[in-house]
Write a protein that binds this ligand. Structure first.
Ligand code: PLP
Length: 394
C-alpha cells in the first residue's frame, strides 16, 4: 500500500502571511475606504530594468527563427550565463570555474532541492529567527533540526557553539528577517568550524546586492577555506527584480568533497536527472544584469529601496527604538516598543496608524518581541508610515 511522506504531518501550519492577510481584510471591512500602508512585503515593487527588458525582447526574437532558435537548454545552465557569473565573481577576487556555477530558477527551488545531496540522517542547524523555508524543507526531508537561537546580545549573529553541532549549517547573510550581516571575522569562524567538523554550510546570499559596507563579504567564497565547506545559493529576485521572472544560481566548488564524493559532480548528476534547464529567454535576461549598464541600472533600483530603508531608520532613531538591519539589507528588524508580543504590536500598528509589518514571532520563537519592516514599498507609503510611527511613539 502506498505510504505518503509522513513528515508533512510534522510541518507547522504557516499562519504568518495568511494571518496578516486575514487581519488586513477584517480591518478594511470594518473601515471601508481606508488605506493601509504595507511595509510587510518581501516582494519587489520596481519593474525589471531596461537593460534586462531589451535582452528579453531580443531573446524572444531569437526564438522566432530557425537559425537562432533554442530548444532544451543545458541542464546546469547556458555556458554564456555560467561564464558571465564566474567573471562577475572574479571582479570581487573570487576565482570560480564556470562549471562551478549552476543556473537555477530561483533560490527557493535550490534550498529545497540541494538537500538531495545529503543523507536524511544528517542534522541541519538553523540560526533563528530564520526564513521559514529552511525549517520546512528540512522537515519534509525528515531531517532533524538543531535550532540555534540568536538575539540582541549577539546582534542576531551567533557564532559556532559546541552545544549546537550539525552536519548542515544554514547561514543567511544579509539576513531575512533580521537584516543582520556577517562580517569577515564572524563568517570566518563558521567556515573554520565547518572545515574542522566536516559540516557543509548552505550560504543563502539572496540579499548580497544590498551590502554597502566594503568590509562585508558578498560571497562566502571571499573567505579562506570556504571552497572545501560551502555551497552558495543566490537569486536575482531581489538583486534585479526577478521575483516573478525566476532566475538564480548556485555555486558548488569542485573542492567540496564528502565521503570521497564530489558534491559538484553529484549536483551535475542531480540536475541532469531532475531538470531540463532554465528557459533560454530568461537566461538571456539574466546575463544582461551582469553587463556594466545592467549593473548600473540594478544599483539604481537598490538605491531606491535603500532610501526607503533610511526613512524608516531615521524615524526609529528619532523615537529611540532599537533596530538591526536597514544599512546592508532591505529589512529593518525593530524591537517592539512597549510591547513584548509581536502580534499585539502588529494589531496596534494596524488599528491605530494603518501600518502593516511582519511580526517577529513568525520567524521562530526568538523572533518574539521583534518586528520586521521592509523597504520594498513605495516611497510615499514608507514616508507616511514613518511619520505615523514617530507620532504614535513620541
Ligand atoms: N532566501 C531568502 C532569505 C529569501 O528571503 C527569499 C525570498 O524572499 C529566497 C531565498 C527565495 O528567493 P527566490 O525568489 O529566488 O526563490
Amino acid at each position: 500500500m502506498l505510504t505518503p511522506n509522513a513528515h508533512y504531518a510534522e510541518l507547522k501550519d504557516s499562519y504568518l502571511f495568511f494571518n496578516i492577510a486575514q487581519k488586513i481584510k477584517a480591518y478594511l471591512s470594518s473601515h471601508p475606504g481606508e488605506r493601509v500602508l504595507r511595509l510587510g512585503i518581501g516582494d519587489v515593487s520596481l519593474p525589471l530594468c531596461k537593460e534586462v527588458i531589451k535582452a528579453l525582447h531580443e531573446a524572444v526574437d531569437d526564438q522566432a527563427s530557425k537559425e537562432t532558435f533554442h530548444g532544451y537548454m543545458p541542464e546546469c545552465g547556458a555556458p554564456f550565463l555560467r561564464e558571465t557569473i564566474a567573471a562577475h565573481y572574479l571582479k570581487r577576487g573570487v576565482k570560480l570555474s564556470s562549471d562551478e556555477v549552476f543556473v537555477s530558477s530561483g533560490a527557493s527551488d535550490e534550498l529545497g532541492d540541494i538537500l538531495d545531496l545529503f543523507d536524511r540522517s544528517n542534522q541541519a542547524l538553523i540560526i533563528e529567527p530564520a526564513y521559514p523555508a529552511y525549517v520546512d524543507a528540512s522537515v519534509i526531508a525528515g531531517r532533524k533540526i538543531v535550532h540555534l537561537p540568536s538575539g540582541e546580545e549577539n546582534g542576531f549573529l551567533p557564532g559556532p557553539d559546541e552545544k549546537y553541532e550539525a552536519d548542515l549549517i544554514y547561514i543567511c547573510s544579509p539576513n531575512n528577517p533580521t537584516g543582520a550581516v556577517f562580517d569577515r571575522e564572524r563568517l570566518q569562524a563558521w567556515v573554520d568550524h565547518a572545515n574542522k567538523t566536516g559540516a557543509v554550510i548552505l550560504f543563502d546570499a539572496a540579499y548580497e546586492a544590498f551590502i554597502e559596507d566594503s568590509s562585508i563579504p558578498h560571497s562566502i567564497f571571499e573567505l579562506e577555506g570556504a571552497r572545501t565547506c560551502a555551497i552558495e545559493i543566490c537569486s536575482l529576485s531581489k538583486t534585479a527584480g526577478f521575483t516573478g521572472t525566476r532566475l538564480g544560481y548556485t555555486v558548488i566548488p569542485k573542492d567540496l568533497v564528502r565521503g570521497g564524493m564530489s558534491l559538484n559532480g553529484m549536483w551535475v548528476r542531480n540536475r541532469t536527472t531532475k531538470t531540463n534547464g532554465v528557459s533560454y529567454i530568461i537566461q538571456k535576461g539574466g546575463a544582461a544584469v551582469f553587463t556594466d549598464e545592467g549593473q548600473r541600472q540594478i544599483k539604481e533600483n537598490i538605491a531606491f529601496y535603500k532610501n526607503n530603508a533610511r526613512v524608516i531608520m531615521r524615524a526609529l532613531d528619532e523615537i529611540g527604538v532599537k533596530y538591526f538591519g536597514g544599512r546592508n539589507a532591505p529589512y529593518i528588524w525593530l524591537k517592539c516598543p512597549g510591547e513584548t508580543d509581536s502580534w499585539k504590536f502588529f494589531d496596534r500598528l494596524l488599528n491605530e496608524i494603518r501600518v502593516v509589518g511582519t511580526p517577529g514571532a513568525g520567524f521562530g520563537k526568538c523572533g518574539e518581541g521583534w518586528f520586521r519592516l521592509s523597504s520594498f514599498g513605495s516611497p510615499e507609503d514608507t514616508s507616511l508610515a514613518a511619520e505615523r510611527i514617530v507620532a504614535l511613539f513620541s
